[in-house]
Design a protein around this ligand. Sequence first.
Ligand code: MG
Length: 238
Amino acid sequence: MPPTPPPYDRVVFDCDSTLSTIEGIEELAAGRPELRDEIAALTDQAMSGAIPLEQVYARRLELLAPRRVEVAQVGRLYMETALPHAREVVSVLHALDKEVRVVSGGLMLAVQPFAAWLGVRAERVHAVPIRFDANEHYLAVDETCPLARAGGKRELVESWPGARTVLVGDGMTDAEVAPAVAAFVCFAGVVERPAVVELAHAVVRRPDLAALLPALLSQDELERLQRDPRHRPLLAHA
Ligand SMILES: [Mg+2]
C-alpha cells in the first residue's frame, strides 16, 4: 500500500519507457552504430543509479551531436511507440479532474509534441531544452534545467503547491521522487529495474497503461468510470 492511498489530484508521468516503449536518446543513437553501445551503457548506468545523471547527460548529447530534424523525428517515434491506451488514460484522468503532467529527462523538442498528442497541456510538460547552432546542429544542453541532473525531478515536483501527487515512472530519477510524493508507481511494463521496484509503493508490470488505473484511482473513481459508457471499455483493460 502507498503511504497515501488514492484519490490523487495530480498524476505525473515519466516519458521514456513509461508513456512510450523507447528511450529517445537511444533512438538518436540508432543511426550511429559506432556510438550505440556506449550511449546505451551510459543510459543504463544513469537509470539504475550507478552513476549520477548529470555526469552522463551532456556527455551523451556531445557524443551524438543531433541535428534539430533528428530530435523532432524522436517526437514522432514516441507517438508510434506509445504504450497501449496512453491517450485514453490521459483522457480519463482529465475527465476525473486530475492535473496530468509529463516530467522527462528527455529533450523538450521531442517530448512536447508527443505530450500534446496525448492531450497534456503544454504548460504541464517538463523536459530538457537544448540549443542548436545556426546550422541546426546541437550546440548545448540548457544546464539550468533541473531535469538534466540527478534529483532534478524531485526538485521540480516539490516546487509545485500542495496537490496530492502520484508519480509513474520506470527509472531511478523517478524513484528518487518517491519520498516527496503521495505515491510512486513503478511502471515495469517496458523495462523492469530491480532498484526502482524496491523503492516503489506499487508496481505495474503489464505493458498497457490502462493497467495503471487501479493504482492511480480510488475505488469510488473506478466505480464512477464503470458507470460511464464512454469510459467503461477502457476499464476492461485495467
Ligand atoms: Mg523512463
